[in-house]
Design a binder for this molecule. Structure first.
Ligand code: NDP
Length: 305
């Protein structure tokens, strides 16, 4: 992998059998997506030599240039793209062919070029679902789910949980406006489900006390070492069979996960979600089954450095 991301005017041209894949964003130098995808491609190429010709890179694309970038990359031999900040939402207006789940989640993180046109998907919900099953043994259909946050990641989580038939979803967010917007959208789409919400100004802690919840942190609170826990009450007051998933993976152990551990609750960080969403994207592009193992190993080695 190049040490610096490509700028749009620098991207290489790929001619079959060479195939380009990339993550687009701004800023983008922090992205570990190339590390994950290239590790998985290396493993895949042991079974199928043609994948030796697939390369995944970072391309720095500012918000206003998404459309230009998509045209240029389709002409330059790129077959698959991931989108991150600031493109995930804007892609809804730029890409014509959208998967239903991406539309419902209000964001696109994966694009696949087919017959000269980009098709948009969102693999975050899939990534979270697989992560919850693998790390915490959660069955969404029988879980009461408390989602912290009402931004893009929370919306993807809520949509996936409700699509999978979650018993109950409660969303807690700092600000009321964003909470209400998300609640209205979910209630309109999932008329047969129970979706409740609370904000810092309207909260009944007693509704959560001594009850078993699957708590998912989808706020950015925890990214800094000095951040407090995003949960409005101590983990020790939740039911003893509650489990905690923090979408944050850097740092590896947030305040929320520390508190969960101290309270004897099983917890896990967001690395597994990151890996599974990436594996799903690679499956879409390669049309091959991708094991997440090589990606997980590469990510763990990276963060251990
Ligand atoms: P958004 O900016 O869309 O949403 C941020 C959310 O965090 C909002 O609900 C916001 O509340 C809340 N928040 C921010 N600061 C605070 C604070 N000080 N106190 C309480 N709440 C706060 O971000 P995303 O939804 O895209 O991402 C959220 C988190 O999920 C990030 O940490 C991101 O790294 C992680 N993530 C992990 C993924 C993975 O694969 N593991 C995938 C995607 C995201 P308010 O509405 O009040 O501002």
């Amino acid at each position: 992998m190049r040490s610096n991301p490509y700028l749009l005017n620098e991207v290489p041209q790929f001619i079959l059998p060479k195939v380009g894949l990339a993550v687009l964003g701004h800023p983008i130098s922090h992205s570990i997506s190339p590390l994950l995808h290239n590790a998985a491609l290396q493993k895949l190429s042991i079974e199928n030599l043609s994948f030796n010709n697939w390369f995944y890179e970072r391309v720095d694309v500012k918000a206003e240039f998404l459309s230009t970038a998509l045209s240029k990359l389709s002409e330059s031999g790129y077959l698959g793209l991931n989108l991150t900040i600031p493109h995930k939402v804007e892609a809804l207006n730029t890409v014509k062919n959208l998967d239903a789940e991406a539309t419902l989640m209000g964001a696109v993180n994966t694009l696949h070029l087919k017959n000269g046109e980009w098709y948009g998907y969102n693999t975050d919900g899939y990534g979270l679902h697989r992560a919850l099953l693998q790390d915490l043994g959660c069955d969404l259909r029988t879980s009461k789910i408390l989602i912290l946050g009402a931004g893009g990641a929370a919306r993807a989580a809520a949509v996936k949980c409700l699509k999978e038939g979650a018993l109950k979803v409660h969303i807690h967010n700092r600000s009321e406006d964003r909470l209400d917007e998300l609640l209205n959208l979910l209630r309109e789409e999932f008329t047969n489900s129970t979706v409740t919400g609370s904000s810092s100004v309207c909260l009944q802690e007693s509704e959560f006390e001594d009850q078993d919840w699957l708590v998912i942190n989808a706020t950015s609170l925890g990214l800094k070492d000095t951040d407090s826990s995003p949960l409005f009450m101590p983990c020790s007051r939740l039911g003893k069979k509650s489990v905690v998933y923090d979408m944050i993976y850097n740092p590896f152990q947030t305040k929320l996960l520390m508190e969960a551990e101290q309270a004897g609750l099983v917890g896990s960080n967001g690395l597994s979600m990151l890996v599974f969403q990436a594996a799903k994207a690679l499956e879409i592009w390669t049309e091959h089954e991708i094991s997440a193992d090589a990606m997980t190993q590469a990510a763990k080695e990276h963060f251990a450095r």
